[in-house]
Design a protein around this ligand. Structure first.
Ligand SMILES: [Zn+2]
Length: 192
């Protein structure tokens, strides 16, 4: 029998504070979705170079049980993240919008030991230690942090030009060497 059919499904709260204490030992599954602003994620707020309207992450969480050969059914947690934050572009040193669209899958295990023993080569899912007061907010923030590019950059050709570029004749040689987004588009067409 499929255990999901007998277990009730509980709606997760969208409140950041409620996400800090989720009971993953209870006999039910979860489903929920919400939005977290940068201010709800303090470690991310430290990384952000600026917070603009709409910055933050939509999250979607779903759990279900899966039969494991020769063992207890395993609880699977699926996490989708989609959103944006601003980091410093390492090319032009201006704010740069970084968009993320991530999908993660975890298996809930009962102890740290079990998590340590979990096969590293399983690339489909990672272990999380289940508890009655599981901090799901922290997990969401961890996943956003892990998904950030090591060297954030605007897309090629879309860096913020220096103010002098707009000065017309005043533009000096250096400014002229700046990448012109229109030329980049032309080149892209040529290469395709
Ligand atoms: Zn840039």
């Amino acid at each position: 029998m499929n255990r999901n059919q007998v277990l009730p499904q509980v709606q997760l709260s969208t409140e950041p504070s409620a996400l800090k204490k989720v009971d993953f030992c209870a006999p039910h599954t979860y489903k929920g979705a919400g939005f977290l602003g940068i201010s709800d994620l303090p470690r991310l707020a430290e990384e952000a170079s600026a917070v603009k309207a709409g910055d933050g992450f939509e999250w979607l969480v779903e759990t279900h049980f899966e039969d494991a050969p020769g063992g207890e059914p395993r609880q699977i947690l699926k996490l989708d993240l989609k959103g944006r934050l601003h980091l410093i572009c390492q090319r032009c040193l201006q704010d740069c919008a970084v968009e993320l669209d991530e999908r993660r899958r975890f298996v809930l295990v009962s102890s740290e030991t079990e998590a340590d023993d979990y096969p590293m080569e399983d690339e489909e899912q990672e272990p999380l230690v289940a508890s009655q007061h599981f901090n799901l907010l922290e997990t969401i923030e961890d996943e956003v942090l892990l998904s950030l590019p090591l060297i954030p950059k605007h897309p090629e050709g879309f860096c913020e030009p220096h103010a002098s570029v707009f000065g017309g004749e005043e533009a000096d040689g250096d400014a002229k060497k700046q990448i012109n987004p229109f030329n980049v588009l032309k080149n892209m067409k040529k290469n395709s």
